[in-house]
Design a binder for this molecule. Structure first.
Ligand code: AMP
Length: 191
């Protein structure tokens, strides 16, 4: 299996690049943010719970997020591999993902981290807020809160994969195609 963690702060381009990578490598895209938004749209209990955190720019609690992600992985029994987009965002999530994959005799192949500085993220997110209508992209305070949460709670996840020799940083600024090529090179040289 080819299992990629596509990592990076909000607005780094994870969704855009995931869409291209799943097509090229025939992988299943699991974006926890997308799954939460689908649940909010369908007004499920999970959606109601997630919304109360997402609207403030906070992380949804680990138990809820890990359980949901595990269900999605288990649903896709025939997958050739996964792109994990927006997950793991905490050390506990990273550990849970390792255990989940180990129980399937699999593991994370590589963490690809899109690197974009904060000022550029703020610009991109506000722009996306105008186009997508995503409420959490429209308010500068919520955007800043998400960036702060990323710096405080999510950055340590890098070390988790670096300690396993699986971390690779990729410049996330530039043309979409150029960034995509850099991601593909990192994947292909790792095979
Ligand atoms: P995203 O679309 O990845 O930017 O996620 C949007 C929001 O969903 C985040 O700001 C969090 O509130 C929530 N979320 C998404 N993924 C996770 C996760 N792995 N752990 C906790 N909360 C998450």
């Amino acid at each position: 299996m080819l299992n990629i963690v596509l990592f990076g702060p909000p607005g780094a381009g994870k969704g855009t690049q995931s869409a291209k990578l799943i097509e090229k490598y025939n992988l299943v895209h699991l974006s926890t943010g997308d799954i939460f938004r689908a649940n909010i749209k369908n007004e499920t209990e999970l959606g109601k719970l997630a919304k109360s955190y997402i609207d403030k720019g906070q992380l949804v609690p680990d138990e809820v997020t890990i359980g949901m992600l595990a269900d999605e992985v288990n649903k896709n029994t025939n997958a050739k591999g996964f792109i994990f987009d927006g997950f793991p965002r905490t050390q506990a999530q990273a550990e849970a993902l390792d255990t989940l994959l180990r129980n399937k005799n699999s593991s994370i192949t590589l963490m690809l981290a899109l690197e974009v500085e904060e000022e550029e993220l703020r610009k991109r997110l506000l722009l996306r807020g105008k186009d997508s209508g995503r409420a959490d992209d429209q308010n500068p305070e919520i955007i800043q809160n998400r960036i702060n949460v990323y710096n405080a709670e999510t950055t340590p996840v890098k070390d988790f994969y670096q300690n396993q020799g699986k971390y690779k940083g990729i410049n996330g600024i530039g043309e979409i195609e150029t960034i995509f090529e850099a991601l593909c090179t990192a994947i292909d040289t790792n095979k």
